[in-house]
Design a protein around this ligand. Structure first.
Ligand code: MLT
Length: 235
């Protein structure tokens, strides 16, 4: 098994994902939120590149919930924003959710072509690593990044996935980018304080979202791992 990390989606350009597994990471907050939705019993989350695509989806499928953000804020006509705590069993149990966020869903859509696409975050880090070890495929960890530039929180999460996979998979080959992520995660663990000092963490503090940062920083607290079929994200 070979393990590599794309620090931002632009690094996918020209990369052939055929036969490989990809893990999309958006710690703050898209993949954390989708993981929470699925763990709360949502039937499926359907990613869209734009908010208007979500609205169009709702016109075709009455009953679908709209979830997501722009600039970290819930669109006024959406049912749900991008806070994992909003996605409770009462609100999303059994529901399908059309979902769009600024960076996370776009990174996910950029992974089209991979054999398997999983959604990773700090909350489900260990469960994601176990799923990858079972797949035994060459793997690319894809950081959603922020406006196309590498960010701290996704890189740290990728590093902790590298750490756990090294424990699980004997003889795994890792690239320099994977090793750099791991070294960074050891130097700067993803505590709530460290996440809050990131570029996106600071924006979230301005928006009054400190409790989201705390929740997104929780390591290995969920066993749910979303899988994108190319259409829907399901368990
Ligand atoms: C994104 O996809 O850019 C993020 O999830 C933004 C956010 O914190 O809502």
């Amino acid at each position: 098994m070979n393990l590599d990390v794309a620090l931002c989606p632009a690094e996918l350009a020209g990369v052939d994902l055929t036969g490989r597994a990809a893990v999309v990471i958006d710690v703050l907050r898209a993949t954390t939120t989708v993981t929470a939705a699925l763990e709360s019993g949502a039937a499926a989350v359907i990613p869209h590149a734009t908010l208007d695509e979500c609205r169009g989806h709702a016109r075709r499928e009455p009953g679908v919930l709209l979830g997501g953000e722009r600039g970290g804020i819930k669109p006024a006509d959406f049912d749900l924003g991008n806070s994992p705590g909003e996605y409770t069993p009462e609100k999303v149990g059994g529901k399908r959710i059309a979902f769009s966020t600024t960076n996370g869903t776009r990174a996910l859509l950029a992974c089209r072509g991979a054999e398997s696409v999983l959604l990773g975050c700090l909350n489900n880090r260990a469960a994601t690593a176990e799923r990858l070890a079972d797949l035994e495929a060459d793997t690319l960890l894809v950081c959603s990044a922020k406006q196309g530039r590498p960010n701290l929180e996704d890189t740290l999460c990728a590093g902790l996935l590298v750490e756990r996979l090294r424990e699980l998979v004997v003889g795994m080959q890792v690239t320099d980018r994977a090793r750099l992520s791991l070294e960074l995660a050891h130097a700067l663990p993803p505590t709530p304080d460290n996440l809050a000092r990131s570029d996106h963490g600071r924006l979230m503090l301005e928006l009054g979202l400190r409790s989201d940062i705390q929740r997104c920083a929780e390591l290995d607290v969920r066993s749910t791992v979303g899988r994108w079929t190319g259409g829907e994200i399901i368990i």
